[in-house]
Design a protein around this ligand. Sequence first.
Ligand SMILES: Nc1nc2c(ncn2[C@@H]2O[C@H](COP(=O)(O)OP(=O)(O)OP(=O)(O)O)[C@@H](O)[C@H]2O)c(=O)[nH]1
Ligand SMILES: [Mg+2]
Length: 691
Amino acid sequence: MNAETSFAPNGDDNSPGSTRLLGIGSSRLDSFIEKLKNLDSSLEKLAEFGDEKTVATAKRYQQRLADIEPSITMIGQVKAGKTSLVNAMVGWPDLLPADVNPWTSVVTSLHISPQERAEGNNAVFKFFDQKEWNRLLNKGGRIGELASRAGADEELENVREQIEQMREKSRSRLGRKFELLLGQEHDYGYFDQELIERYVCLGDDFDDDDDEIQAAETQGRFADITKSADLFLHRPEMPIKLCIRDTPGVNDTFMMREQITIRAIRESRICVMVLSAHQALSSVDMALIRLISNIKSREVIIFVNRIDELSDPAVQVPEIRESIRETLKNHQGPTDAQIIFGSAYWANRALTGSLDDLSKDSALALFNWAENELECIPNQQSPADMIWELSGLPALFRALYERIAEGVGQEAIDKVARSAINLTNGLHATNQIITSQLDIKSLDHVNKEGIESNLNQIEAQTLRQLQDEYAKLTDGLCSRIDRSHRSFLERATASLISHLEKNGEDSVWQYNPMGLRVLLRSAYQIYGARAQGSAQKIFELAATEICDVYGRTFGNSGATFAIEAPQPPRIPPPVFLGQTIALDLQGSWWKSWWKRRRGYQAFASNFYSMIMEETDPIVNELKQVQATTIRDDAVAILREFLSDQRTILLDAVEKAESSPEDLQDMLGDQDYQDRQQLVEATLSSLNTHVA
Ligand SMILES: Nc1nc2c(ncn2[C@@H]2O[C@H](COP(=O)(O)OP(=O)(O)OP(=O)(O)O)[C@@H](O)[C@H]2O)c(=O)[nH]1
Ligand SMILES: [Mg+2]
């Protein structure tokens, strides 16, 4: 079955409540799309110049523009309505099953594209690999690690039991194939709700064997081991491609999902935190606050869902807004993140056009909210348009589009424009060489081998510099982190002892690990700023040296321009710092750890080593994973830049070495003057794109 045909409500794009609504708010991207088109047509023009290599490179850059797909990760409280909201955002109300069993930990990425895909709508499901699965089963995930470290045997036993049950269920559902499936992926050339359910929804328990087999055939067959689902669908109403990632709610027993959420946040530049209006943001959601507090405020949007369930939204919404701000302030969260209120329920009703059977309470809430928002709703809209506006979805899209236009989208344009400028500069140089060659007939000093060896030298030298600088910076980062780590542990232990001296062992002591996070974050920020600075410096050096090669090779005829150095690598936010550690867990875990200790000395040394073990992974993540990623990115950027430059420069040399007749053959009957005009026009249009 084709997915498109399985979705009945949107047959007619002009009917109220169709996916037409998805286009509302797109105007925020108008100027971004204009820039994209301009850049694309400049590249198209470069392709017209005809020589093969230029065409191939220009096409590669065009493809890069076509591939821009900003991604947005939705995170939030369990049952806040993330999945329902994602369904509304892609205009397919029941696509992903809402209300799934809380055990699932699948991250679903919906890729929506205004262009039709040659392969149609398709789906890819990936399973956990053996290592991830073993970690969950053997250690019980994060919570198991915590429990065993804290010596909370009872809890650990509990976790193990639940996991054993889960493993048994998976065995019976998936049979012998089970182990073989780990690490695999399943691809489909279509998808519908039923298929998705097989991969993301756990089935219920069945008493009867026959039922069980039947259920395994349909619902929840693979859900135990599914790690991610990628669904691709065509939405002509969308202004650009988007990837929207639905994650499982964060507070679950295994804390498996916290790691999953952290990874999903890392893969996107923008994060939407979905809260439920009844429990807007309480200290219970500390884990969530910790996760977003490591992301820039501008890249976090808070969506307060389910306002249809409020009795008086007009009055309650400002109160909720205030309380969220207060909570964020008290816990060092992103206080100026934008907060949007809405209802996925209303949005999905607007999409299906089934507006008459809103429940009475929901309708009352809708009228109440409509009065409040009157000035935001333009006149003469259809009821579906009005409800869509009140659902908060257009506001959410507008906010997302603004972030995309100024952030990740602009960066992508900048990157391609810089490469395109360099390509055009190469053509410009070639042009000048051709004219000078036509004048002087030969350029004795042009020597291909000499240039190649020059380029090799530049490459070796700048790459070495980059590696050396980064090694130094990483050393600095590590020693700063180790210092912070030690001093935090010492301070915390001192505070523990002083508590024991004052209060004895019966009163439970608490210590906020915020201080450690602040110290680690600042060490990482210092590293990030330096890492960008060094990359910038070395990239610019590489550009200048290559420019010199042009000058040396072609004399004045070649080097009349500057080469655009690429932008330094992005410093990804240290989301991992938000990971829950034992000190964050108040309540029973901590109390049970506390009760097990006897004697000050035992407290102090046990405490020190437990917190050390707990915080080590965070520290290592910063030192190793984050720092290595940044270095690898910088190296990849430099390599690509040098390789593009090599192609362009050698191409110019080849032309300079050709006989006038061969040149004529290569360039066809294109007139030099025309060529030059085209090059100059393209250059000046490209220059408008870079900052
Ligand atoms: N009234 C109302 N109910 C909603 C709204 N959004 C979601 N729900 C309901 O809330 C329940 C949970 O919705 P989901 O979309 O599964 O929530 P979730 O955040 O994805 O849940 P988890 O993935 O399990 O954390 C479902 O029964 C939805 O129908 C809303 O805006 N209004
Ligand atoms: Mg969900």
